[in-house]
Design a protein around this ligand. Sequence first.
Ligand SMILES: [Zn+2]
Length: 337
Amino acid sequence: MSNKLSFLSLLCLVAAVLSQRTTHHYVTLTSKKTKTISSCCDIENIKTYDFPNILKERVPDTPTHATVKEYILSRLHQLNQSRWSITTDVFTDQTPFGPKSFTNIIATLDPHVPKRLVLAAHYDSKYFKTGVFLGATDSALPVALILDILLTLDDKLQSRELQDHSLQVILFDGEEAFKTWTDTDSLYGSRHLAELMNSPSPYDVEGRTGIEAMEAFILLDLLGSVDPHALFYDTYPAGSKIFERLRKIEKKLHQEKQLVEHTRQHFVEQAAHGYYKIQDDHIPFLNKGVPIVHVIPVPFPSQWHKLSDNANAINWNNVLNLKKIFTLFLYEYFHLR
Ligand SMILES: [Zn+2]
C-alpha cells in the first residue's frame, strides 16, 4: 500500500512536471487574420526551388547526399545570421556497410532563449540496391516545407511577441536503416544528437541542457502524398495540447474555406495514446522526456519505401494545406504579428 501510494505520488509529480513543461499560452487568431495569413501562403518556392534541390538520392556519406546537405545549409544561411545559429553535428557510426559519416543540421533562433519549440524532419534517404530511391515524402517534402516556412516567417519570428520562446529546427541524418530496421541500424542521427544534447553541449542554455530546453518536439515525416484518407493521430499525451491546436487550426481553415481539395479532417479528434508507437527520429527524445508530436500519416503513403516515392507522389494542394496549418500554428505559438 505505501509503495503504491508513493508510486502514485511519484506519478502525480511526473504529471505535474510534464504539464508544467507543456503549459503554453497561445494567441487565437480572428477569422479575418486567419484568412489574411492563409491567403498569403504559397508553395511556389517549395515547388520550383527547395523540393527539386532536395529530391536527390541522399544516402549518408555519398556525393549526392553532400550536395543536398550543402543546399540545405545554403538556404539556412539566408536566414538572418545575427539571430540564427546554424550548426552541424558531424560524427561517424558503424553501419552494416562499415563506418559511415553522418551530419545532423541544427538551426536555432536566438540560442540564448531558454525555451525552444523544435521542428524536425530527416533529410537522408533510404539505400536501395534495386534503383534510385528519392524519398519524396520520406522526407524531402517535409524538409522543403520546413525550410520554406522558416524563410517566409524569418522576419516575423525575429519580432515575435513571445521573446522567451524560440524555434529550433533539426534536420536529421541517418534516419533510415541501411539493411533491416534494428536498434543499431536506424535513427543514427537522432540517437547521436539526443545523447549529445542530454549532457553539457553547445546547445545548453541558462544551465539547462538542449533536451531540457525543449518545450516540445514536432516531427514531420512521410508528408505530401496524394492519399486523401491518411490521418494524423494524437499519440503522445505530453504533446496533446499542440496536437489539439493543429487540429483546431485545420478545422478553422476548413470552415473559412481556406483549404484546397480538403475533403476530410486529417488531424483526428480522438486521442490514440499508446495505440501507435511508430519508430522514428522522435524516439530518442521521447525516451529523454521531451513532449512529442509525431505528424505522420496513418496509413503510410502507398509509395512508402518504394521507388515510386518520387515527385509524382506529391499532391501540391495537400502541401499548400499543410503549409497553411503549420504557418498559422507558428503565429499562434509565438504570437507573431
Ligand atoms: Zn523511410
